[in-house]
Design a protein around this ligand. Structure first.
Ligand code: ADP
Ligand code: MG
Length: 266
């Protein structure tokens, strides 16, 4: 296995067009560069509107880029054809803040977790059933729960279902866009523990978008701080939290009691 990071974003620029005929362009990302090491977590933090989700969309190919490079496992993935993108999609998956958007209420949990396998051309039903059972077990859902519909579950359990859908294809990279922000604090810890445990067991690489600095610190090996579409601070979690140089990062840290002293997450 190469020692190159699994994901390398280099000088990424991205704008959105608006107005009649898309005449007005607003640049959202400015020369964004960061990388995520194999089997590790990069925490991407920053206030709302700073460009975190846009960065994730570019990585997942949900939107195009203006310029710059995104390499996944050594391969340039900007400008891929639809079919190449589909092949790749099994290797990188995303979990969103609100699981309800991706969980069709007409399907049972088992069907929801099986669906990505069908979409990706797994024709053998027995193989699919085995993978679904294994994945449900991984995220802590029982066989009995698998026969129920999403509405029967709490927010935290629905996020487990969304995580199972992301993991059933056995991805290397998982992009997590504020996966616990919508959950009760007591439930947040359970889902974070699950994500950490899954990373260990499956050697997963996470791009973890999070606005809560305490959570970022708890979960991340590296941290990138975004501000107005730029990466203003980037380093190991320890460097960013204890030796921060950028005034914006300092202001973020000052706003959160207990994150500055280096005593760990209370
Ligand atoms: P974050 O995830 O950090 O809150 P986003 O990446 O969602 O930030 O948004 C960054 C900026 O890009 C915001 O100003 C937002 O309004 C704008 N933006 C996001 N998506 C679109 C879009 N599809 N079209 C136009 N502007 C967008
Ligand atoms: Mg966002």
């Amino acid at each position: 296995m190469s020692s190159e990071p699994l994901l390398v974003i280099d000088k990424l620029n991205k704008s959105y067009s608006s107005g009649f005929g898309g005449r007005h362009k607003t640049q959202i990302l400015h020369e964004v560069s960061l990388s995520v090491n194999c089997g590790q977590t990069l925490g991407l933090v920053g206030e709302s509107g700073s460009g975190k989700s846009t960065t994730a969309s570019c990585v997942m190919g949900l939107t195009g880029v203006d310029s710059g490079s995104i390499r996944f496992d050594g391969q340039e993935i900007t400008g891929l054809s639809k079919s190449d993108r589909r092949t790749l999609r099994g290797r990188m998956q995303m979990v969103f803040q609100d699981p309800n958007g991706s969980l069709d209420p007409r399907f049972t949990v088992r069907d929801l977790v099986e669906e990505p396998l069908i979409v990706h051309g797994y024709k053998d039903r027995t193989e699919r059933q085995l993978k679904v059972a294994k994945t449900l077990d991984l995220v802590g859902l029982t066989e009995k729960q698998a026969e129920r519909y999403p509405h029967a579950f709490s927010g935290g359990q629905r996020q487990r279902i969304a995580i199972a859908r992301a993991l059933v294809l056995n991805p290397q990279l998982v992009v997590l866009d504020e996966p616990v922000s919508a959950l009760d604090v007591s439930i947040q810890a359970q889902v974070l523990n699950l994500l950490a445990q899954l990373q260990d067991e499956l050697s997963l690489t996470y791009l973890f978008i999070v606005h809560d600095l305490a959570v970022a610190r708890l979960m991340s090996h590296q941290i990138a701080v975004m501000h107005h579409g730029k990466v203003v601070e980037y380093g190991t979690a320890q460097e960013v939290f204890e030796e921060t140089t950028h005034p914006y990062t300092q202001a973020l840290l000052d706003a959160v009691p207990g994150t500055k002293q280096g005593a760990g997450h209370a």
